[in-house]
Design a protein around this ligand. Structure first.
Ligand code: 5GP
Ligand code: ZN
Length: 150
């Protein structure tokens, strides 16, 4: 399999590893958002969150906490973003599941941005129902149409 992060995990591709255990590895991002930006990667190959098994993900989240703590202590940053992208539409470039650990300082140049859209009670109720109730595809379509999403 031709996977960049599998290559790094196997040591075939060089990286600046900062943590390793049986299930997980962490190394510095080659294009850091801020100094200390690290990637926490399950050793077992899976493309994204949907494909990865729960054990790998549990281990990786715990390592993300360890790495965030390490980075905070050693870089003196004030905050940390832990981010995870799934799919091209969500900005995923490397197809091996990973968590970004990004040290942050007040007023730094990093922009992690999304709009805070207006909504209302009806829309929120409809979405909550979409996500919780077992329904026909036709009814889902009707609700989405009502919400102006179709
Ligand atoms: P994604 O957009 O898939 O969530 O993020 C992939 C990350 O991997 C990017 O931040 C990118 O800079 C980093 N990256 C890509 N290629 C390499 C590489 O060869 N080595 C390291 N250390 N990081 C890489
Ligand atoms: Zn891989």
């Amino acid at each position: 399999m031709d996977c960049l992060f599998c290559g790094i995990i196997a040591g075939k591709i060089p990286s600046k590893k900062i943590y390793e255990d049986a299930a997980t590895v962490a190394f510095l991002d080659i294009n850091p958002a801020n100094p200390g930006h690290a990637l926490v990667v399950p050793k077992k190959h899976a493309e994204n969150l949907f494909d990865a098994d729960d054990e790998s993900l549990k281990a990786a989240v715990i390592v993300a906490k360890k790495v965030a703590t390490l980075v905070k202590e050693r870089t003196g940053c004030e905050g940390v973003n832990v981010l995870q992208n799934n799919g091209k539409a969500a900005g995923q470039i490397v197809s091996h599941v990973h968590f970004h650990v990004i040290p942050r300082k007040q007023g730094d140049t990093v922009v992690i941005s999304y709009p805070r859209k207006q909504t209302d009670e009806k829309e929120l109720d409809a979405m909550a129902a979409t996500l919780t109730k077992k329904r026909s595809a036709a009814l889902d379509e009707e609700i989405l149409r009502e919400m102006g999403r179709l």
